[in-house]
Design a protein around this ligand. Structure first.
Ligand code: PEP
Length: 257
């Protein structure tokens, strides 16, 4: 079985002005031991305006932490007021981009089709998509949540071939656990992540599915990360609230080593 390299990614959401973002990046950089990067990948996903300053902090310090965006448009350029292209992200050395976060799906109407277009555009531009999927509480209570999540995976990866899919990360983020302090149990998270991997093996092949990283996200913090990360199909975390505190974020990274 392929040994997957874990990924701990922080989603700053709409938090931190440029000065605040630089201070947080500097704190993370100061606490980040050089050998962490021998064992796992770490990324932070700040708001658009913070991307370049945060990248500059890590590059100046030679800290091996990647930077990702939280959204992108699939068209390369043109009359799309308010949007950012893959080329623009690539130009400033973004390595990841979150797509299909439940907040974007719920608050901004991002559809499965758009998630797919964004993922394809990112792959073509050499940026790794972090494709978010996850069910609402009512969907979980209905019992049909695994069907719902795997359908989101099929839609996100439509028309993407195996080598391209292998560059992608999937994040299982149950909506009822995001920002609520109510974390999925390790067993609940593992069940969903395992189902996602089975779905990927059906879409592609066993080797591709085994090579792809599947993260858990939803109120992950230094108090629960170790048990979640101990699950065989959980290859890291997408961390919101706890990634806004350098010490908490570093503790989670250390738990993933
Ligand atoms: C997220 O926004 O991706 C997330 C998981 O947030 P939180 O950790 O705050 O629940």
């Amino acid at each position: 079985m392929t040994k997957r390299r874990r990924l701990i990614a922080g989603n700053w959401k709409m938090n931190n002005t440029i000065p605040e973002g630089v201070v947080l990046a500097q704190e993370i950089s100061n606490h980040f031991e050089r050998d962490y990067a021998d064992h796992l990948d770490v990324a932070v996903c700040p708001p658009f305006v913070d991307l370049k300053p945060v990248i500059t902090v890590f590059e100046f310090d030679r800290t091996d932490i990647a930077v990702g965006a939280q959204n992108v448009h699939w068209e390369p350029k043109g009359a799309y007021t308010g949007e950012i292209s893959v080329g623009m992200l690539k130009d400033i050395r973004c390595e990841y981009c979150i797509v299909g976060h439940s907040e974007r799906r719920e608050l901004f109407g991002e559809t499965n089709e758009e998630v797919n277009l964004k993922a394809k555009a990112l792959i073509s531009g050499g940026i790794k998509p972090i494709v978010c999927v996850g069910e609402s509480l009512s969907m979980r209570d209905s019992g049909a949540y695994l069907d719902y999540i795997t359908a989101q995976v099929r839609a996100a990866f439509a028309g993407i071939d195996a080598p391209a899919a292998a560059s992608c990360v999937v994040a299982y983020e149950p909506i009822w656990a995001i920002g609520t302090g109510r974390t999925a149990t390790p067993e609940q998270a593992e069940e969903a992540c395992a189902a996602i991997r089975v779905q990927l093996s059906e879409l592609y092949d066993q080797a591709t599915a085994e090579s792809m990283r599947i993260l858990y996200g939803g109120s992950m913090n230094e108090g629960n990360a170790d048990l979640l990360l101990a699950m065989p199909n959980i290859d890291g975390g997408l961390i919101g609230g706890a990634s806004l505190n350098a010490k908490s974020f570093i503790k989670i990274i250390e738990m993933a080593l």
